[in-house]
Design a protein around this ligand. Structure first.
Ligand code: AP5
Length: 242
């Protein structure tokens, strides 16, 4: 699931245990874009609940059938379904050094579940599952709309493009493997508005949740991707927990 990101120079990998990194931010804030940079740098997996759910939808699994309509309307998939899916993914061996949660948790209930889950893993001596570093990307509303309506992605390698900010060399074709780029079903303006509403109502309370636990680092993501990436990598390297 980790793929290169166009336009961002990835630096050398480092090998220290990173632990749990949570990327918090509205749709279009750049969580997926930055997760790929972090993943390449620290060699830890990007766990995107949106990507996992979309895989389930395309394979028509039981979970996918339950999630499809909810996702197409811009609402959130029920907590229990998402938490079970995350627990299963975190049991894979590639999470031993750490992992990036992209788009999870998204409700206070998911955050409470995650804290209990991480504590239980530490109890089993899996040290990298300790207290997370939580990065909140802040972007202005109109910029989010422009980013989401301009987003295109490669269904083969997962690389993310943007017709305004990060276009492919040939229109609608992936630079890496020549696959025709696709637009996500939920990147229609009416659905985007619902997704942004869900973020404000159900996910924003997490800012207070993590701030009050001294774990939140806010990054202004209304800047070029390279600057956001540099600040993100430095924060993780320094182990910042504000
Ligand atoms: P999900 O797939 O997680 O979508 P999202 O949170 O809405 O986030 P996006 O993937 O849209 O945006 P992003 O922040 O990753 O931005 P990106 O890097 O792509 O969730 C989809 C659905 O699944 C949800 O609506 C819900 O139904 C369900 N779901 C998922 N997780 C769930 C959970 N935990 N609980 C319940 N339901 C869940 O960038 C966007 C665009 O901007 C790209 O084109 C990119 O090139 C461009 N861009 C990025 N950074 C910059 C920059 N600095 N400057 C200019 N352009 C930029």
């Amino acid at each position: 699931m980790s793929a290169p990101t166009a336009g961002i120079v990835e630096s050398e990998t480092s090998t220290g245990d990173v632990g749990t990194v949570i990327l918090l931010g509205p749709p279009g804030a750049g969580k997926g874009t930055q997760a790929k940079v972090i993943s390449a740098r620290f060699e830890i997996p990007q766990i995107s609940t949106g990507d996992l759910l979309r895989e389930n939808v395309s394979h028509e699994t039981e979970l996918g059938k339950k999630a499809k309509q909810v996702m197409n309307s811009g609402e959130l998939v029920p907590d229990q379904l998402v938490c079970d899916m995350v627990a299963e993914r975190l049991s894979h061996g590639d999470c031993r050094k750490g992992f990036i949660l992209d788009g999870f948790p998204r409700t206070v209930s998911q955050a409470g579940w995650l804290d209990r889950f991480l504590a239980s893993q530490v109890f089993e001596n899996k040290k990298c599952f300790g207290a997370p570093i939580v990065i909140q990307y802040v972007v202005e509303y109109n910029a989010l709309l422009q980013r989401l309506t301009g987003r295109r992605s490669c269904p083969t390698c997962g690389r993310i493009y943007n017709v305004h900010f990060q276009p492919p060399r040939t229109a609608d074709v992936c630079d890496v493997d020549g696959t025709r780029l696709v637009t996500r079903k939920d990147d229609r303006e009416d659905v985007i508005v619902e997704r942004l509403k869900a973020y404000e109502q159900q996910t924003l309370p997490l800012v207070e949740y993590y701030q009050s636990r001294g774990r939140l680092l806010k990054i202004d993501a209304d800047r070029p991707m390279e600057q956001v990436a540099a600040e993100t990598l430095a924060a993780i390297e320094n182990g910042d927990r504000l």
